[in-house]
Design a protein around this ligand. Structure first.
Ligand code: ZN
Ligand code: ZN
Length: 156
């Protein structure tokens, strides 16, 4: 059975300099509690969704984006307000990560419900309490790379 067509969803930074459009449902949703994500975002954890790179388009403010290269990823953020919008991870070639927290109009990533995970829980901040039933992993969740490979093969 064919899935119904996906209606594009939109996100933007706080100062409205940069906007993006997502043209496919997310493959997975992660809440990452590692110290790197906490510092990048200034939050106790960071939430990521991802789609094929071709399914995400920067619709406004490309010239206002700065890119920070960390040991494992490129981070795209608004150089005016500092809002993190997109990321490319070395472990996931061909896909673009985005921050669902920046979606507009109560849009949601529409990921498969069972794909939602907490990762790097072993390094979470001592002041954080996780109080939901979503699966938790001490570090990476195992399927991350294989699902990316399957999706990329399927699209060729
Ligand atoms: Zn901004
Ligand atoms: Zn992290």
């Amino acid at each position: 059975m064919k899935d119904p067509p996906f209606k594009p969803i939109h996100g933007r930074c706080e100062c409205e300099s940069v906007s993006y459009e997502v043209r496919a449902p997310a493959e997975e949703l992660y809440h990452c509690h590692c110290s790197r994500c906490r510092r990048l975002h200034g939050t106790l954890f960071a939430t990521y969704a991802y789609v094929l790179r071709s399914d995400i388009v920067i619709t406004k403010g490309t010239e206002n984006i700065s890119i920070y290269r960390s040991p494992l990823a490129h981070w795209y953020f608004c150089r005016t307000c500092g809002c993190h919008l997109l990321a490319e991870h070395d472990h996931s070639p061909g896909v673009m990560w985005y921050m669902p927290a920046t979606l507009e109009d109560a849009a949601v990533p529409q990921h498969p419900k069972e794909s939602e995970k907490h990762i790097f829980v072993a390094s979470k901040s001592p002041i954080e309490t996780i109080s939901d039933d979503i699966p938790q992993y001490d570090e990476y969740a195992p399927p991350e790379v294989s699902i990316t490979a399957r999706k990329t093969d399927g699209a060729a």
